[in-house]
Design a protein around this ligand. Structure first.
Ligand code: 2HG
Ligand code: ZN
Length: 496
């Protein structure tokens, strides 16, 4: 199925107006940028050509599309600093962009903002195998960071389905959680230091940070998850973990979300220190993924209401395998689970992960998707998916073409209390959008959850923070934005 060509965001959301105080980028600005940037650091769209920069203007979900005619791709922090200083003086709005795999419309322009791509800042700077401190440019693609660290007997403490495209600076700006947060914790704990260019061009760096440093406010925390609204992350220092010697996983079929929770408690108790991921997928997620992976035989013999992927990683293959097999046998004996496929080697281990990591692209393969990423108490986690699916179904919108919705599916990170709700669609319609919002947000608010567990706020959830943040928290956020970016030129129309 061909991807939907996103409508221009400015047309799809006419209620959002361009900030008239921003200058429209013109030839004199390009001339200035070219005075200190190389030819391959400036990309301009030929006049009237809407398609030339589409890969920078349009997001991964085909939902948002900006109209920028100018992409800057600097190769050094100093050049980023010069760009920001000039843009601040000239009141030119800027959108920092990493791998553009963002899921809330944070990394693409809304109007004619200049796109500041970090993709040419892609050097690994330093690695200390004793402490595990790993330093790199923001534009290093996550898979390259993984590969480098694996070659050095370590692992990057975060993994994502988009690892082949997303960049280290981007995931830090998003504060992405990923598949192993259960084991390695969040970026707020793993990031040791950052190098950031502020909107006025000043460079603030504590990239040489130590593991412990209790001298004053921990400023770097503000930039983790700020989505490029108060500074541009240009360098990251992160704590890499020693590479486990043994990796195992299992794909399980089971019949209710209550049992998913019981199994999680059992896994924490019985797999304890080797448990490194506990992911769930519902029936609909796997149905879409079976269609997407076409020729790949599914892992289990029967269809189930829920599926769980458990990963263990530890220091002794025999010990870990025995522990996992005993755990699975006991879950089968207790009739908690119906069926399980345990990986027998690394190929099978990778295949099992493929089934989980393919769920997001599978949902996107029908054309586009509406996507929600929520935190809830575990007992309520799946209920939001049930409530939304029921609502869309009652409106007669889900089914074979010409109905607009292919499927409404739920999956996510049980260990983190995080569900991803994806509505895979053949087309985006106002009717679907009105049925989803504010219903989803009000539902989350009623359960005291969060409307963004790990994907951030961006354009999509801009203006919706009150569903899970207090007035005073939002006021402080606005004050912080004003303090760092008084001209509001960085990633406008998003966040707070
Ligand atoms: C995941 O857990 C990522 O697979 C992406 O957070 C989720 O695309 C999504 O909804
Ligand atoms: Zn996720």
């Amino acid at each position: 199925m061909v991807a939907i060509a996103a409508q221009f965001t400015a047309e799809a959301y006419p209620q959002v107006h361009r900030n008239a105080s921003f200058k429209v980028p013109g030839p004199e600005d390009v001339k200035h940028f070219r005075s200190f940037l190389d030819d391959d650091e400036v990309l301009e769209a030929p006049k009237g050509d809407d398609e030339a920069l589409v890969s920078f203007n349009q997001d991964w979900m085909n939902k948002y599309r900006g109209q920028s005619n100018l992409v800057l791709l600097p190769k050094s922090t100093e050049k980023v600093s010069k760009i920001m200083k000039y843009c601040n003086e000239q009141k030119l709005a800027v959108v920092p962009q990493g791998g553009n795999t963002d899921l809330v419309g944070a990394s693409v322009p809304v109007f004619d903002e200049i796109i500041l791509s970090l993709k040419q800042m892609n050097k690994i700077r330093e690695f200390d195998p004793v402490s595990g401190a790993f330093k790199c440019d923001a534009g290093v693609v996550m898979k390259d960071a993984h590969q480098f660290l694996r070659d050095n007997d370590h692992i990057f403490p975060l993994d994502l389905p988009s690892r082949n495209a997303c960049q280290v600076g981007g995931v830090v700006s998003t504060n992405a959680g990923g598949l192993n947060l259960l084991r390695y914790g969040s970026l707020h704990g793993n990031v040791l230091g950052l190098e950031v260019v502020l909107p006025n061009g000043e460079i603030i760096s504590n990239i040489d940070a130590l593991r412990k440093d209790n001298t004053g406010y921990d400023l770097k925390q503000l930039f983790i998850g700020a989505e490029g609204t108060i500074g541009v992350i240009t360098g990251v220092s992160i704590l890499a973990a020693a590479k486990p010697k043994a990796f195992n996983n299992v794909f399980i079929g089971l019949e209710s979300f209550d049992v998913v929770q019981t199994l999680f408690v059992k896994a924490k108790k019985e797999l304890s220190e080797i448990l490194s991921a506990f992911e769930f997928m519902d029936k609909g997620s796997i149905k879409c993924t079976i269609e997407y992976l076409k020729d790949m035989p599914f892992l289990l013999k029967n269809e189930h209401n829920f599926y769980v992927l458990i990963e263990t990683s530890g220091s002794n293959q025999d010990h870990d395998s025995e522990k996992l097999n005993t755990f699975i046998q006991s879950a089968l004996d207790e009739k908690l689970i119906s069926e399980a496929k345990v990986s027998a080697n690394m190929d099978e281990y990778n295949t099992i992960w493929t089934w989980r990591k393919s769920v997001p692209p599978a949902c996107n393969s029908y054309g586009g998707m509406y996507k929600y990423d929520m935190s809830l108490k575990l007992k309520d986690l799946y209920s939001v998916s049930e409530a939304v699916t029921k609502r869309l179904d009652a409106a007669g919108l889900i089914g074979d073409a010409p109905k607009p919705i292919v499927a409404s599916v739920g999956y996510g990170h049980v260990g983190d209390g995080n569900i991803h709700l994806n509505i895979a669609v053949r087309e985006f319609t106002k009717q679907i959008e009105d049925l989803l919002e504010p219903f989803v947000y009000e539902y989350i608010q009623s359960k005291k959850g969060s409307i963004s567990a790990e994907h951030g706020v961006g354009f999509h959830k801009h203006g919706h923070l009150h569903y899970c943040r207090s007035e005073i928290e939002i006021r402080f956020m606005k004050e912080i934005k004003k303090h760092y970016d008084p001209n509001a030129i960085l990633n406008p129309y998003k966040y707070v």
